[in-house]
Design a binder for this molecule. Structure first.
Ligand code: NAD
Length: 335
């Protein structure tokens, strides 16, 4: 297959590309290599893929309408895995416009490319943040309990709505994946596992928001990748597995699907810190702080729909995942 992976230099894009390489696909990866976090880490992820002869990289901004149209016209992708976006809840409070450019205009450009060139399946990243302050647990896509409380989350919810209209109007099969707090090797420096490891190894205090009283359904990168790769095969509307997991062919007029990909068991923030302490062999110095605007107290994925469609349940527990992350971190930074 000819595959487009957007966000190739990103945490999840790099891991998905590595997993799909060597399987007979032609993969084109796109990224604008923005400086939201350490560009050297993004470059290093690309260098890590340099031995994959079936992956080519193009530097392009999703919001570049003409550039995106030309890319789709030139390559005629069979399937698209759309992972590039401006991520981060806190950053969206300070930099709202970049979320509109990358996540809304960019998403529209991807949808248009899929429409004009008959892409057979668009799989795109949504987020657990769309559930917002929902208190019905675990969070299930079918419950329609999403109430975004940050602009980042609102753009992810908008991505789902936009995808629905394109599936409905033009029959483009689209699948949104609500990822739950992803961590692991090559992870993002703005996320908790990375920040906590860096602070603990440097003997510096780490900021613990809401005084530690929150929980997240932390999900190991390999589990996310496995979910993405399996869902790529489950084309909404045409595949028996999709029809089975959605109760039959008549439940929706649009070839549109949404799944959670999360571990399926929330971990308290203090237990998460203990896992990083165990993995580093050092004690954390905690600096307790108030809840941050836009944050939510907990996330918890219902993974039944993912299991029904793919036969897969995320597996890696946080203690094991923390060990693997800290091993990678020590090797990468030589500490
Ligand atoms: P990431 O920031 O590491 O990767 C995103 C990549 O997209 C980056 O390399 C960035 O340079 C690129 N990018 C951003 N804006 C772009 C633009 N306008 N044009 C071209 N490239 C652009 O983030 P990630 O953790 O790999 O996340 C991948 C996707 O999953 C994102 O859509 C994110 O919102 C979503 N997500 C991630 C998590 C998580 O915990 N990591 C949770 C929920 C959802």
């Amino acid at each position: 297959m000819k595959l487009l992976i957007t966000g190739l230099a990103g945490f999840i894009g790099h891991a998905v590309a590595r997993r799909l390489s060597g399987q007979g696909h032609q993969i084109l990866g796109l990224d604008n290599l923005n400086d939201y976090y350490d560009v050297a880490l993004k470059q290093a992820r690309l260098e890590d893929l340099a031995d994959c002869e079936d992956i080519r990289f193009v530097r392009l901004d999703l919001a570049d309408r003409d550039g995106m149209a030309a890319l789709f016209a030139e390559h005629r992708f069979d399937r698209v895995i759309h992972l590039a976006a401006q991520a981060g809840v806190r950053y969206s409070l300070e930099n709202p416009h970049v979320y509109v450019d990358s996540n809304l205009v960019g998403h529209l450009n991807v949808l248009e490319g899929c429409r004009r060139h008959g892409v057979e399946h668009l799989v795109y990243a949504s987020s657990s943040s769309v559930y917002g302050m929902n208190d019905k647990v675990p969070f299930a896509t079918a419950d329609n309990v999403d109430h975004p409380v940050s602009l980042y989350a609102a753009t992810k919810k908008a991505n789902e709505l936009m995808a629905h209209t394109y599936s409905h109007l033009y029959g483009i099969p689209t699948t949104g994946l609500r990822f739950f707090t992803v961590y692991g090797p090559w992870g993002r420096p703005d996320m908790a596992m990375f920040k906590f490891t860096r602070a603990i190894l440097a003997g510096q205090p780490l900021q613990v928001f809401n005084h530690g009283d929150m929980s997240r359904d932390f999900t190991y990168i390999d589990d996310i990748v496995e979910g993405v790769v399996r869902i790529l095969e489950v084309i909404p509307g045409s595949d028996p597995a999709w029809r089975a997991s959605h109760g039959g062919p008549d439940t929706s007029s649009a070839p549109y699907a949404l799944y959670n990909i999360g571990h399926g068991s929330p971990v308290g923030l203090m237990d998460f810190i203990r896992a990083v302490e165990a993995a580093t062999g050092r004690e954390a110095i905690c600096d307790y702080q108030a809840m941050q605007p836009g944050d939510v107290p907990r996330t918890w994925a219902d993974t039944e729909a993912l299991f029904a469609a793919t036969g897969y349940r995320p597996q890696v527990k946080v203690e094991e995942g923390a060990r693997r992350f800290v091993d990678w971190y020590r090797g990468y930074y030589g500490v």
